[in-house]
Design a protein around this ligand. Structure first.
Ligand SMILES: [Zn+2]
Length: 155
């Protein structure tokens, strides 16, 4: 979705003319329970054409693909299914964060008033980020990254 009715919210050249009230109302159209089910909410600012033209090439898709395939393999070996398909019971079993990560998660839940559903979904995303990093443990950095993906609509 666009960040505001005109689409220029946060634009570096200040082209957005929406009032804070209009932005709130616009974003409010996406209901809480629906938004709750979207695990990765990321703000993608517009990139000026001149920056885009001079940007270095990103990582090759084949390299990213191999990393994703390995992460998926880890999941299948550990639990016989992808993280996305874990039930609540299985999340308790396979997505236990380290102590520091658990503390961070607890803090995020209360700070951002996240639901029980969001809590479990966050754990699955953190587990996936750990898998992509080839880490058996869910560390604080993995939880921090997962939490960051849920911040968009909360600002
Ligand atoms: Zn706007």
């Amino acid at each position: 979705m666009n960040p505001c009715p005109c689409g220029y919210y946060g634009d570096s050249r200040g082209r957005c003319r929406c009032t804070p009230d209009q932005v709130l109302r616009y974003r409010g159209r996406l209901s809480g329970p629906l938004l709750d089910r979207i695990d990765l909410q990321i703000e993608v600012p517009a990139v000026p054409a001149e920056v885009l033209q001079h940007a270095p090439d990103g990582e090759a898709s084949a390299v990213v693909r191999a990393r994703v395939a390995q992460a998926r393999q880890r999941q299948l070996q550990r639990q016989g299914k992808a993280n996305a398909r874990l039930s609540t019971c299985e999340i308790d079993q396979y997505c236990q964060p380290e102590a520091s990560a658990a503390a961070l998660l607890k803090h995020a839940i209360s700070r951002f008033e996240l639901s029980a559903r969001a809590f479990h979904r966050l754990l699955k995303v953190a587990r996936t980020i750990a898998d992509i990093s080839a880490s058996d443990a869910i560390e604080a950095q993995h939880v921090a990254e997962a939490v960051q993906y849920r911040r968009f609509a909360k600002d």
